[in-house]
Design a protein around this ligand. Structure first.
Ligand code: SF4
Length: 259
């Protein structure tokens, strides 16, 4: 039996958009009230990467277990490695806040904009594909960049930094305003220029550098960003407009721009 169908009928549908923007790309860290009137307390999943563990001075797992015993709403994990305690009732709220305070976790969201937007993946020693450190390199990396941001009054600017142990890019480094992709022990390809909302990929800035080398390369760029950025311009947009050569691509650093 032979079936026929009409292409004209199939093409009557408009092509689907290749992506949808939801309007919110940044987790609203802190406390807020949703459209349904429920309280949400959003926490970083951990100090740097979305792990719920107990560490010395940071008993997040214990605190969440205590909250779970009284909380009647949801726990939601976000794509940005944050945790949302959602649907908190007015009666539960002071108890949940007291649990967080008891464990010293009530200031978890009072962190630099860079740290609140940082993502990494496990890499070494967990992932057999890792070529470089990622999760274990992130804390020190953040400290070094935070010092540079502090020097330039940018502590609370939301800048996305992402680091992965290999080009598979599980933490989506190609959408980071600063993206590190592991190539070898302590060697990373450095990418700049993605748009914060994820609608533009970054481009190669250095094919191979150490973290310390990247800090030194970006120090003058961060300073220029603080002094020369346009109103509301994100770090990725600034790098795309001013820093990256026009012919830089995902694979090539392009022709250097005169300073
Ligand atoms: S980015 Fe690579 S090294 Fe990191 S978790 Fe994914 S596959 Fe493993």
């Amino acid at each position: 039996m032979v079936f026929f169908f009409s292409c004209a009928a199939a093409m009557a549908f408009p092509p689907a958009p290749h992506y949808t923007l939801y309007g919110i790309v940044r987790d609203q860290v802190g406390q807020r009230v949703t459209a349904e009137g429920a309280e949400v307390v959003l926490l970083r999943g951990s100090a740097e990467i979305g792990r719920i563990v107990d560490k010395e001075g940071w008993p997040m797992k214990t605190a969440l277990r205590e909250i779970a015993e009284i909380h009647t709403g949801d726990f939601r994990l976000t794509p940005s490695q944050n945790l949302s305690i959602s649907g908190v009732t007015a009666e539960q709220k002071p108890h949940i806040e007291a649990i967080l305070a008891k464990h010293g976790l009530d200031k978890e969201n009072d962190r630099s904009g860079l740290r609140l937007n940082a993502l990494s993946r496990v890499a070494l020693p967990t992932c057999g594909l890792a070529l470089a450190e990622s999760e274990r390199a992130l804390p020190e990396t953040l400290e070094k960049f935070e010092a540079v941001l502090d020097e330039n009054g940018l502590r609370h600017d939301a800048i996305s930094i992402r680091i992965t142990g290999c080009p598979n890019g599980c933490a989506r480094p190609y959408l980071g305003e600063i993206g590190f992709v592991g190539k070898a022990p302590n060697k990373y390809a450095l990418y700049l220029g993605a748009r914060y909302d994820g609608t533009r990929l970054n481009r190669l800035f250095s094919p191979s550098t150490t973290i310390d080398g990247a800090v030194e390369m970006l120090r003058p760029i961060i300073k220029r960003y603080a002094l020369e950025r346009q109103s509301g311009e994100g770090f990725g947009d600034f790098c795309d407009r001013v820093i990256l050569p026009a012919d830089a691509t995902f694979h090539s650093v392009g022709t250097p721009v005169a300073a």
